[in-house]
Design a binder for this molecule. Structure first.
Ligand code: KMH
Ligand code: ZN
Length: 274
């Protein structure tokens, strides 16, 4: 069991519209300000989806590069770019994200129904992402939306070797309609099916946020929070900002006697170069 808790903030995502959620960070300035406030209250890593000038999800390479550069110069956070993008993004654009050379990038381990949509992750595409990260020294975070995807992760590691950094870190994304439910029994089952030596974080979408957070802490795991995953702080109460969610997670981690890791401690855990 790790001594401290890695807190990742996922501040934006690709699903919420700025018009519906005005506090969602969508410009580079808003993203940097969010990153700084979240770092101050305990975040060590940021999981980034960017938006274009029209506030819609974007995978524009120039903007991705500028985002990585700005987050590196204005914060000490581990910068993780999403290769998941939105359910509408083509594989070629998602693969090109690696050219922005983040510290870390997400790699979803299988196709999953995603509400009324389908989040496509073909085997060949997963292998291309894994190898692309190995070649560039980018540390992956394997996103697991359903337990069977852990079998695919074991197959990937058996066939193509360990990721850059040599350590396997997984993020359980729970409670997506179409994926695994966000409850204690499912999280414990998923933890029991992890590859040997892997660490995990977990996040619960919407109202599964709280049970997943408590169970992850109790099971020795790490936490992902943020407005990508929930826009309600409690029933009927909108999230004020991402830092509010990070501060709550950091408070619970402290109570669990596993206080928030610093970004440099997180680099050590994940195998990211300092
Ligand atoms: N937006 C979802 C379709 C990731 O960032 O890698 C995919 C997602 C996973 O958020
Ligand atoms: Zn994401």
């Amino acid at each position: 069991m790790s001594l401290g808790t890695l807190i990742t903030v996922a501040p934006t995502g690709a699903e919420h519209a700025k018009a519906d959620v005005p506090q969602l960070p969508v410009t580079l300035e808003e993203l940097v300000a969010t990153a700084q406030s979240c770092e101050q209250v305990g975040a060590a890593m940021i999981h980034v989806h960017i938006r274009g000038a029209d506030t819609k999800p974007s995978l524009d390479l120039g903007l991705l590069k500028a985002t990585v550069e700005a987050l590196r110069s204005e914060t000490n956070l581990v910068v993780q770019l999403s290769t998941g993008g939105s359910v509408h993004d083509p594989e070629s654009d998602r693969l090109r994200v690696l050219e922005a050379m983040p510290d870390s990038a997400s790699c979803t381990m299988g196709t999953v129904n995603f509400g009324d949509d389908v989040f496509m992750n073909r085997w060949e595409f997963i292998v291309a992402l894994h190898k692309g990260m190995q070649e560039r020294g980018i540390v992956p975070e394997y996103e697991i939306f359903d337990i069977g995807q852990l079998a695919s992760l074991k197959r990937l590691l058996d066939q193509h070797g360990l990721p850059a950094g040599g350590h396997v870190h997984v993020d359980f994304v729970m409670g997506v309609p179409g994926g695994m439910p966000g409850d204690a029994a499912t999280l414990v089952a998923a933890v029991n099916a992890l590859p040997d030596g892997a660490t995990f974080s977990a996040t619960g979408i919407g109202r599964t946020t709280i049970p997943v957070m408590f169970t992850a802490l109790g099971a020795g795991g790490h936490l992902r929070v943020g407005m990508e995953d929930t826009i309600s702080y409690s029933r009927g109460v909108p999230v004020r900002d991402n830092a509010q969610l990070v501060a709550r997670a950091a408070g619970l981690a402290k109570i669990a006697q596993r206080p928030a890791l610093t970004p440099d401690e997180a680099r050590k855990l994940l195998g990211v170069h300092i």
